[in-house]
Ligand binder design. Structure first.
Ligand SMILES: [Zn+2]
Length: 237
């Protein structure tokens, strides 16, 4: 079941503040499309243009899989679901976040001062980057570890990869391509994402990757990289 992968990259730059890039991935199999993640709401026009140029239009976008429910991955979920007729798949631990817009719902309860600090940081970043207003939506399918996307015509299996958030998932193809969400990223070099909800779960998720025959990793942030280059750099925390 050959399928094409299109990487859609959005730079996150406001003045001198550079937050790297956010990625979505568009998979094409036969005449159908699968979108992995949806970027910030403020990237909507660019995302629609990229989808259009790939031939992805209302009616042939079959499924959107959201790796986890942070704003940089969910911002256009409501729009695409409504305007393209695509179904939304997300892990059940993240489903409450897209319904309520509260990302703490997929994370452990933190002390008050940490939550306040997190809110302030997000508020300041929002001022600079104008992420766009989050529009709530709901899942059509709750996906979980082992689910096979061949039911939708795509080559890929869902892997539960908690650590960055409780319901973080990846998609692994039979060719060894892993779309890993924010478990790993590639900022200055391939590594584990620096925002960790549960370090034990994160280490276990990364450990699990080693047995899955992964060749190339497509992260939520930064350029794709080989599994080997990640393992060369990886220092468990
Ligand atoms: Zn992210």
């Amino acid at each position: 079941m050959p399928q094409e992968i299109k990487t859609i990259t959005f730079p996150m730059q406001a003045g001198i503040i550079n937050m790297g890039v956010t990625n979505c991935y568009l998979l094409k199999a036969a005449d159908s499309y699968l979108l992995i993640d949806t970027a910030f709401a403020n990237k909507r026009a660019e995302l629609v243009k990229e989808l259009d140029s790939a031939g992805c239009r209302p009616g042939n976008l079959k499924l959107i899989v959201i790796t986890h429910a942070d704003l940089d991955h969910t911002g256009n979920g409501a729009y695409l679901r409504q305007n393209y007729g695509a179904k939304i798949g997300i892990h059940r631990y993240e489903a409450g976040v897209i319904e309520n817009g509260d990302s703490s719902l997929s994370r452990r309860k933190r002390p008050l001062h940490e939550r306040i600090l997190g809110g302030i940081i997000l508020g300041v970043l929002s001022l600079f980057f104008r992420f766009g207003n989050f529009e709530r939506f709901s899942a059509d399918v709750c996906v979980d570890d082992g689910d096979d996307l061949s039911a939708y015509g795509f080559d890929g299996k869902v892997i539960h990869l908690p650590g960055h958030s409780r319901g973080s998932i990846g998609i692994l193809t039979s060719a060894g391509d892993l779309f890993c969400g924010d478990l790993l990223w590639n900022m200055s070099k391939p590594g584990a994402h620096s925002i960790v909800d549960d370090a034990t779960e994160m280490r276990a998720s990364i450990q699990r990757l080693k047995s899955l025959g992964i060749k190339t990793i497509y992260p939520g942030h930064g350029q794709p990289f080989s599994m080997d280059s990640f393992l060369e750099n990886y220092q468990p925390r």
